[in-house]
Design a protein around this ligand. Structure first.
Ligand code: ARG
Length: 583
């Protein structure tokens, strides 16, 4: 079904037309003064200029027609020319019933569904998953689900960092520690030789060690670069070792993402772009875009309109190795071939914006995708600690994602220990869900581009804009429904003001979904879920559902509670937040 403002815009536009005015003036928006009206149309102001007439005269003409429509209970013209609209109860009830029976819960479906590739997660093989990757996973997953519930086809790709210098560093370090491993010898034969099995703990320890060493030890650094280059050029022993590193690392990553409730349709890595690099280089050369500069191959991406300097993008370094931009460009070729997407979204730390600007401009110049394919960088801000600096462990190190998950799960467990609602055996599962709800909602309530402070106590609070408050609301409705047993719930009227307020929020949700999708902003979904919960709470306190002697009212209220639950759960599901039965 379409959003309510869209329906109302059609009605009001027609009224403008009937009065001889341009129909385009009939745009209806939610009111910013809910105490006066529910919706408004300010078209009379633009009309005044067109028709050289006072705005209120135009508004009066239109209002006279709208007053005959039974969908409105109130149509007011407020000087100098606002048109204020309030829906009739009958009409509100009708829309709420439509939402109730709509299999999409009233979420407006895309008129022309799009094919969207979302590049998110972006973990690096052999490096521990740290909290910088948390935001990409949480936001990317929410965007993927959002785009899907709006009727689009979405492919999520983790885009593993599996091909860069970090692998060279690990190979060089392992070589120093275990020089006897067959994979380090030139005559390694993939058909008969093998690589020793690695374990995740070793991997976790090796990378930070090697990375630190490379900062002071020039010799070692050069070895790591050579190893990277040789790996990229297919040295058999390195490829075999790299495959083992991938195996261990990916198993570990999958476990962590599973705990986060994040899942990818594709586990492609930077290395998968490798086979498209020759094609990329040829296009750049044929189109005369690439040229040599200080031994490297570069492409100019500066525009006349640039206010800040825009360096050329390097597509091949002087040592002949390809780099981050090269794999991103080659990946665009791959995605275009495999999916011919309408859009590619990159959910990446906003500090990488320059890189993506360069990559996109180069892709455009090289026509790697049709002009109509949108390439969009959706940068996100940093998760900070209480001191306003990037969130760290107690001893100042980079926080590992697995440690963070453990911290929040333990905090939730502590809370649940005294709960009489949760059985011993459900406790672990509940703790994980509560912890995830807390961190995901705490993250997603902020616009993705903003930095925010990770404040676990605040995120775990049962009051205010938190995931926990929403889980409480759902669990409260669950218990109402349980008490009601098989009492037949059915919407049949509007009896109180708090009910009207809640219904209006339900009706307005369609518009919220629309804005969240068009602005790629899951924070709107968080905010709306919260608003629904607050309105439900007013409704619940004002109307004592279970004690209500009038069975008709009780039936309607129960149905409204049930629909509110469905809607909140839908919102949470898009945010990647699971609910619990009772808490
Ligand atoms: N692996 C990268 C990092 O950790 C993020 C990858 C983002 N996606 C991309 N297509 N470059 O910074």
């Amino acid at each position: 079904m379409q959003s309510v403002t869209k329906t109302l815009t059609a009605v009001v536009s027609e009224a403008f037309g009937k009065c001889g005015y341009d129909e385009k003036l009939g745009v209806v928006t939610p009111s910013d003064r809910l105490d006066l009206c529910q919706f408004q149309c300010n078209g009379a102001f633009s009309g005044a200029k067109l028709y050289k007439k006072a705005p209120f005269m135009i508004a009066d003409d239109v209002a006279a027609i709208l007053k005959t429509e039974d969908i409105f209970s109130k149509v007011d013209v407020v000087k100098p020319g606002f048109l204020n609209l309030t829906l009739s109860d009958d009409y509100m009830l009708k829309i709420v019933k439509e939402i109730e029976s709509d299999k999409f819960c009233g979420i407006p479906q895309a008129e022309t569904p799009q094919k969207i590739v979302i590049d998110y997660g972006g973990p690096n093989v052999a490096k521990p998953l740290h909290i910088g990757h948390l935001r990409s996973a949480i936001i990317g997953e929410a965007l993927k689900r959002l785009a899907r519930v709006c009727g689009n086809t979405v492919y999520g790709d983790v885009h593993l960092g599996d091909w860069g210098l970090q692998i060279g560093l690990v190979i060089a370090e392992l070589n120093e520690r275990y020089p006897d491993w067959k994979c380090f010898s030139e005559d390694f034969d993939a058909s008969s030789d093998t690589v020793p099995e690695l374990n995740p703990d070793l991997l976790c320890e090796v990378y930070p060690f090697a990375s630190k060493k490379s900062k002071t030890d020039e010799d070692f650094k050069a070895k790591a670069h050579t190893a990277t280059f040789e790996l990229q050029n297919g040295r058999p022993g390195y490829i075999a070792l790299w495959k083992e590193i991938l195996r261990v690392s990916i198993a570990d990553l999958k476990g962590n993402y599973e705990k986060l409730g994040v899942d990818f349709d594709y586990w492609y890595g930077e290395s998968d772009a490798d086979k498209y690099i020759p094609e990329l280089m040829k296009i750049l050369e044929d189109k005369k875009l690439s040229y040599e500069s200080d031994g490297a191959l570069v492409v100019d991406v500066e525009l006349e309109s640039d206010k800040a300097p825009m360096p050329p993008v390097i597509v091949r370094k002087s040592d002949n190795s390809s780099i981050y931009a090269t794999t991103d460009l080659a990946t665009i070729i791959q995605r275009n071939k495999d999916f011919s997407p309408d859009k590619i979204w990159y959910v990446v730390d906003k500090r990488q914006e320059l890189h993506f600007t360069q990559v996109f401009r180069c892709a455009r110049r090289a026509e790697l995708v049709p002009e109509s394919t949108e390439l969009e960088f959706l940068g996100f801000g940093t998760m900070n600690g209480a001191d306003g600096k990037p969130y760290k462990t107690r001893d100042g190190g980079v926080m590992r994602l697995s440690d963070l998950i453990e911290t929040v799960t333990n905090a939730s467990l502590e809370r649940l220990t005294n709960s009489t609602f949760v059985s011993e055996e459900d406790r672990e599962d509940y703790a994980r869900k509560l912890g995830m709800a807390a961190i995901k909602f705490g993250d997603l309530i902020n616009h993705r581009s903003k930095d925010y402070i990770f404040d676990l106590d605040k995120f775990m609070s049962a009051e205010g804009k938190t995931g926990i408050y929403l889980l409480y609301t759902v669990s409260r409705i669950n218990s109402i429904m349980k008490k009601a047993g098989d009492f037949k719930a059915e919407l049949n009227g509007i009896y109180t003001e708090s009910e009207r307020e809640l219904m209006l929020k339900l009706i307005m949700s369609g518009d919220v979904w629309g804005s969240a999708m068009s602005e790629k902003a899951p924070n709107y979904i968080c905010e709306n879920a919260y608003q629904l919960a607050v309105s439900f709470s007013h409704f619940y306190h004002e109307n004592h559902i279970m004690d209500e002697p009038d069975e008709k009212k009780k039936a309607s209220w129960l149905a409204l509670a049930q629909l509110t639950r469905t809607m909140i759960v839908k919102h949470l599901d898009v945010l990647g937040i699971e609910t619990v039965e009772n808490m």
